[in-house]
Design a protein around this ligand. Structure first.
Ligand code: RTP
Length: 147
């Protein structure tokens, strides 16, 4: 089953949006597979955003991500990468549709509340980076009623 890495950024945590965001993914029908409340250091944030290291906003982005605790999560379900990005909305909140997380809760591209993997492969890499210990597994098939 497809998985994605979702992170509620420090502004989302500070503004009390954790429950709302988790609720949106749950209500859609996705399954929470991993969750941790964590403050990362500069080296870790630089690794997570390594693909953006040449961008002019890179240093500001790293400062933002290390400014406070984030909620790092693994969500699972059919097309969760693409659908998760739709639930999140466009990167720039000025362009995110109402009804999306960024469309409803953000104004500024530099404070856009949440991150979601942009492809299955980047999701796999991000999950390995953020959850090197692995994620908890169900011990039986008794959860199959979720779908
Ligand atoms: P994310 O990785 O956080 O889910 O965001 P994304 O794929 O939608 O956007 P990406 O282009 O990968 O950018 C990563 C994050 O960098 C910040 N950003 N700031 N012009 C700017 O100041 C600017 N552009 C991007 C945003 O926080 C964006 O989510």
């Amino acid at each position: 089953m497809e998985q994605t890495f979702i992170m509620i950024k420090p502004d989302g945590v500070q503004r009390g949006l954790v429950g709302e965001i988790i609720s949106r993914f749950e209500k859609k029908g996705f399954t929470l597979k991993g969750l941790k409340f964590i403050t990362v250091d500069r080296a870790f944030a630089e690794k997570h955003y390594a693909d953006l290291s040449a961008k002019p906003f890179f240093n500001g982005l790293v400062e933002y991500i290390i400014s406070g605790p984030v909620v790092a999560m693994v969500w699972e379900g059919k097309n969760v990468v693409t659908t998760g990005r739709k639930i999140i909305g466009a990167t720039n909140p000025a362009e995110s549709a109402p009804g999306t997380i960024r469309g409803d809760f953000a104004i500024d591209i530099g404070r856009n509340v949440i991150h979601g993997s942009d492809a299955v492969e980047s999701g796999r890499k991000e999950i390995a980076l953020w959850f090197p210990e692995g994620i908890a597994e169900w011990r039986s098939s008794l959860h199959s009623w979720i779908y």
